[in-house]
Design a protein around this ligand. Structure first.
Ligand SMILES: [Zn+2]
Length: 467
């Protein structure tokens, strides 16, 4: 069994007491953390480890949890800038989504995972758009597996919504969706040594029939797995859901039996105080996507109110078509600044709370708080080592959490470990040909633009201010 000792580090545990060890060590055996404590004590208990990393001057953090992504959108970076959401979806994202093929999806997901890993992300929830072409789901799962990241694959679905702009090319009939959900779950849940999980991901309340939602509710209970849905990203979501179902989004979710601790609602920008109370009552979790909400001008989600009411809120990038990266370090700073600026109150959120949202709260949001999200004996060895000396951006260094949230970039992420495996070692991927993957991804992105007919977005004229 591989064993590893990281010593002489500052260890930000995010454990129950939120301990920060100034001369700390973390011992790993196989896929688990076996000890966290002062260097002398832990080093004395594990004198014969296979590998020791001297992390003097460096910080060990729990791996970050990205609770919402659409990895295929990694191919679309920059094509959707400066557009309103309906235009962004109808004229860029949707034509691209229907033009995907296996290799393009695989490379999109690989690049997204590499970007995530380089920003300290060790768990990635992907929410793959529904797609009638068989085999594309499998490519995302393959990339999650091959990249070495811990992956939750959300099988997307839409079976209605033409009147709200859903292209027929990405709709499927209800029975086909439910049957394929069974196939994907039974094939992949628990695969890659338990690293991959499968969830169900209905796209929105206005693009799914009651029959579909009732079917998913039954299936999720049968498999005891999670469900994630976009909720109240925009007023359009609320109005359209009401038109289709004659109920508000959350009343509808309650009526089909989906409100509960295994439901992860994404965005929630327009939740009312009553809906926040409902989320608390049912222990529903929320995925907060500040970069995407700002990029698409969706608004500022009332997440400080939700957290103050006791709702668990994790963080996420969203897809790279509305972010334009998969970088979770960037999300940390945006989270803090978005709420401070919006409420004109610098005390409304702290760097420490932001880190909790990206680690232990994110772990709770995806139902893995017993496994990941903090550095504690018995948990999975999912962590990263940050070296502030790698970049003037992080120097001089005073406070580990402040530095990560406000003064960090990917260049400081030196070592990344997932499930006890060293995925990035001294800033190099240990097993992946990063340059080869990036090169092939560019070729495939060029071809996707041709197939989707989105070349004009790439050749767009210079657009300056037009007030
Ligand atoms: Zn999304």
């Amino acid at each position: 069994m591989t064993s590893l000792l990281i010593k002489n580090a500052t260890v930000v545990t995010v454990d129950h007491e939120r301990r920060v060890l100034r001369d700390g060590a973390v011992a790993v055996e196989g896929d688990r953390i076996v000890a966290v404590g002062p260097t002398d004590e832990v080093a004395a208990r594990y004198p014969t480890v296979e590998r020791t990393i001297d992390a003097r001057g460096k910080v060990v953090f729990p791996g970050l949890v990205n609770t919402h992504n659409h990895l295929f959108q990694t191919m679309l970076k920059g094509l959707g800038d400066d557009r309103v959401l309906s235009d962004w979806f109808a004229n860029m994202t949707a034509p691209s989504a229907v033009s995907l093929d296996e290799e393009t999806v695989y490379h999109a997901a690989m690049v997204g995972c590499l970007d995530g890993l380089r920003s300290g992300t060790t768990t990635m929830l992907d929410y793959f758009y529904p797609h009638p072409r068989a085999g594309l789901d499998d490519q995302i799962v393959a990339a999650l597996r091959d990249s070495g990241i811990r992956g939750i694959f959300g099988r997307g679905m839409m079976d209605t919504g033409k009147e709200f702009g859903v292209p027929e090319g990405i709709m499927q009939d209800t029975a086909t969706i439910l049957a394929d959900c069974r196939r994907v779950f039974e094939t992949y849940d628990g695969s890659a040594g338990g690293r991959i999980k499968v969830w169900f991901a209905p796209a929105a309340l206005w693009s799914g029939t009651r029959e579909l939602y009732e079917g998913i509710s039954r299936l999720a209970k049968e498999y005891a797995t999670g469900v994630t849905i976009h909720v109240s990203e925009t007023p359009f979501d609320r109005d359209s859901a009401f038109k289709l179902h004659g109920q508000t989004e959350m009343d509808f979710l309650e009526s089909v039996g989906l409100l509960g601790p295994k439901l992860l609602m994404v965005h929630c920008v327009y939740l009312t105080p009553r809906e926040i109370r409902m989320a608390r009552h049912f222990d529903v979790k929320i995925s907060h996507n500040p970069v995407s909400n700002l990029y698409l001008s969706s608004g500022v989600a009332p997440m400080t109110e939700a957290m103050a009411s006791g709702v668990t809120v994790g963080l996420a990038t969203d897809g790279a078509a509305s972010n334009n990266t998969n970088d979770m370090i960037e999300v940390l700073k945006f989270t803090a600044l978005m709420h401070k600026g919006h409420y004109l109150d610098p005390t409304i959120i702290t760097a420490e709370k932001v880190l909790e949202m990206a680690t232990i709260d994110g772990a709770r949001a995806v139902g893995l708080e017993d496994q990941i999200g903090s550095l504690e004996p018995g948990k999975k060895a999912d962590l990263f080592i940050f070296n502030p000396r790698r970049s003037p951006k992080s120097m001089p260094y005073h406070h580990p959490v402040s530095t990560l949230v406000y003064s960090a970039g990917q260049d400081g992420v030196e070592t990344v470990i997932v499930d006890g495996r060293v995925i990035i070692d001294d800033r190099r991927f240990t097993e992946l040909d990063e340059d080869g993957i990036l090169g092939r991804a560019q070729e495939l992105a060029d071809r996707l633009v041709e197939r989707a007919g989105t070349g004009a977005l790439r050749e767009r004229p210079w657009r300056s201010l037009s007030y």
